[in-house]
Design a protein around this ligand. Structure first.
Ligand code: MIC
Ligand code: SF4
Length: 645
């Protein structure tokens, strides 16, 4: 009867029952962090006083910010390397590749649970792992051996039938699904794939699909572990990590969808949301200024080979800037050795490091008003670094074909040599530093001056009287709340400094307003906090004195991050009340110490002389966390209790 998700959860369950929609806690086998969220996660791990991590395997990747345009960035890398060695964490050096691509190649295993401080951690679901994104603090807790708390998800089955045509890729499958279900369609759900179409989908192709399940808002996405998984692991020299994993024939799903691969066309997500999807054929011919190929969604060996073969013997249009970031050292090394890289270079492509690069706005901002085609997973407003740019999401094949022609092109019309999966991947782990627990006590953790101590919240007051600082509409992303890019990322370890950028592109001088009003409350529409897992989108507003967010609904990871840092996430009982509140209104919240699971709260709007009711989705543990002023305070209280007993 069980689904794949239930089989893995059952084997890892430490609290609760597998009743969909109810709180559960599971044991975490593996964790991953990346540099932009990792510094905070390890500062938090240190604050918990943990000696060696308690997971089966934890890895710290450096892939987001490798520009080193100032000492801050290089200092972060040194801190990450030394703190990893101190606490028994593997360290993947800058240049070794994008965390999700390297994890898939070298560490991901079917049937394991993986928690990562990056929202695209579900990439490893392509391998049959239950892999979820979370805030850095939750990942630090998992490294410290604490269970991960989540809501038992609803389980959706997507059946893939048939075979993809040449020129249509797995990116088009997930874009199609995004068009069908929207960026809210997966909230509270796991997407499980099945069907005869899986026989022709390689592990990296499956991983492209699970990667972008994050854009559906899903808890995670997962494929069965089958002979193709075994073959991939064998070629990665780790067949012993294989185990078969399938849903039972009579598994019960909450929803079922079917996608016919035979008839699927190349798809494109138009600005500024990954679910604004139409077939390429409908908008073919648009003039293109930039094409960027890479990111954790589309930077595998096979993706690179398709691109190289499309570019072979051709020249990139003179009005297009084409950048290519191979996903890992393994991929880069393989295409360097087989000549594909030379074809790319010859065509006029600009080869970037194996990092996130333009995907997180680290360079390659397109020209004013540009149309930029990217093989990435997010086209949120402003993320490219050029506010006037129109960013669209496409497959590597569509991007390569369009780069040659200078306009949006359907890759099914191109002629290129079909590619075979390699017989063996090139295995060279010299850029992954294995921890040596025997010598951990000799390691000195090096902290540069940009690495500032963690700000800690104060316990929650029983009543709050504050101004509405900001009112925003639906689908506000964590990129809106806490922008990234080359100017901001260097301050991920310096909350005081990074907090100056909160809501930079949404409301001028938001940080100044917070200071002037001594903190306050934010009013939001539905799906508030979608996108990135960056806990800075909670931590920095907390630092600025934001006490509560009242929204129509929240995205999962951000909801958890708000609780972790002691910001109250409330939702309207009647969504029409959203319309009655304006910026600068004064709201009064009382009896907060009496909050209980399922309780409601009446809020007075002093300015309008009205009241409205709100609810929350917090468990008893969440409420205790909020009252303590966040998870770190709660852990300290518990540790204090344990030592005084
Ligand atoms: C992203 O794609 O937005 C990021 C950058 O990878 C984030 C993490 C971060 O902000 O550091 C994510 O997806 O969680
Ligand atoms: Fe990096 Fe982009 Fe993937 Fe985020 S989505 S992990 S920034 S490549």
């Amino acid at each position: 009867m069980p689904t794949i998700t239930e089989k893995i959860i059952q084997a890892h369950l430490v609290e609760g029952e597998m009743k969909r929609g109810t709180p559960i806690a599971i044991k975490i086998d593996q964790t991953l962090t990346q540099d932009a969220t990792g510094t905070m996660a390890y500062l938090q791990l240190e604050a918990m006083g943990i000696d060696q991590v308690k997971t089966e395997c934890s890895i710290s990747y450096v892939d987001h910010n490798t520009l080193q345009s100032g000492f801050e960035n290089a200092d972060d890398h040194k801190y990450l390397q030394t703190v990893a060695a101190k606490h028994g964490v593997y360290f993947s050096r800058p240049g070794n590749g994008i965390c999700h691509q390297v994890h898939l190649e070298r560490f991901a295993m079917p049937y394991k649970t993986l928690l990562g401080s990056d929202s695209h951690t579900p990439t490893a679901g392509g391998m049959g792992a239950l892999a979820m994104g979370a805030g850095g603090l939750d990942v630090a807790c998992a490294m410290a051996g604490r269970a991960f708390h989540l809501t038992m998800p609803y389980i959706v089955n997507v059946q893939l039938t048939g075979v993809l045509q040449k020129g249509v890729s797995s990116k088009d499958v997930i874009l199609k699904l995004l068009g069908m279900l929207s960026v809210k369609g997966g909230v509270g759900k796991v997407i499980e794939y099945s069907g005869d179409g899986l026989q022709n989908l390689s592990i990296p192709q499956r991983a492209t699909i699970t990667n972008m399940g994050a854009e559906l808002g899903a808890t995670t996405s997962i494929f069965p572990s089958d002979e193709i998984t075994k073959e991939f692991l064998k070629k990665q020299g780790r067949v012993e990590d294989y185990m078969p994993l399938f849903a039972d024939e009579d598994a019960i799903y909450d929803e079922t969808y079917v996608i016919d691969l035979n008839t699927l066309e190349p798809m494109i997500a138009m600005p500024h949301s990954p679910d604004h999807v139409v077939p390429v054929s409908e908008v073919e011919g648009l003039k293109v200024d930039q094409c960027s190929i890479g990111s954790c969604t589309n930077s595998s060996y096979m993706d690179m080979m398709s691109v190289a073969n499309i570019l072979k013997g051709k020249t990139v249009d003179e009005n297009v800037s084409l950048t290519i970031s191979p996903g890992s050292k393994q991929v880069l090394n393989m295409i360097a050795r087989n000549g594909a890289l030379a074809e790319m270079i010859a065509s006029g492509a600009r080869i970037l490091e194996s990092t996130c690069g333009p995907c997180i706005g680290m360079g390659q901002s397109p020209i004013t008003n540009a149309l930029s085609l990217r093989t990435f997973n997010r086209n949120f407003y402003g993320r490219s670094g050029t506010l006037s740019a129109k960013v669209c999401l496409v497959s590597p094949e569509t991007a390569a074909a369009s780069a040659i022609h200078g306009y949006l092109s359907d890759p099914r019309k191109e002629e290129w040599e079909a590619i075979e999966e390699p017989k063996q991947f090139l295995i060279d782990d010299r850029c992954i530093i294995k921890p040596d627990p025997a010598h951990a006590d000799k390691v000195e953790v090096i902290r540069g001056p940009n690495i500032k101590p963690l700000p800690i919240n104060t316990p929650m007051e029983d009543s709050i009287q504050k101004h509405v600082l900001l009112k925003v509409e639906d689908n506000i992303t964590t990129d809106h709340i806490m922008p990234a890019g080359a100017k901001v990322l260097p301050y991920r370890s310096n909350i005081e400094k990074i907090s100056e950028f909160v809501f930079r592109d949404v409301k001028e001088n938001f940080a100044g307003l917070c200071k002037e009003k001594n903190g306050g409350i934010i009013i939001a529409g539905s799906n508030y906090g979608q996108g990135s897992s960056r806990e800075h989108a909670a931590l920095a507003p907390m630092y600025l004195g934001v006490k509560a967010i009242i929204a129509k609904s929240f995205a999962r990871i951000h909801h958890a991050n708000l609780i972790n840092f002691g910001i109250l996430p409330l939702t309207f009982c009647d969504e029409q009340d959203f319309d009655t509140i304006d910026e600068d209104d004064i709201l009064i919240l009382e009896h907060l110490h009496e909050l209980a699971p399922d309780s409601t709260l009446t809020i007075s709007n002093q300015t309008k002389n009205t009241t409205f009711t709100v609810k929350h989705a917090c468990s008893q543990l969440d409420i205790e966390t909020l009252l303590a002023g966040g998870t770190l305070n709660l852990i300290k209280q518990l540790q204090h209790k344990e030592t005084s007993e």
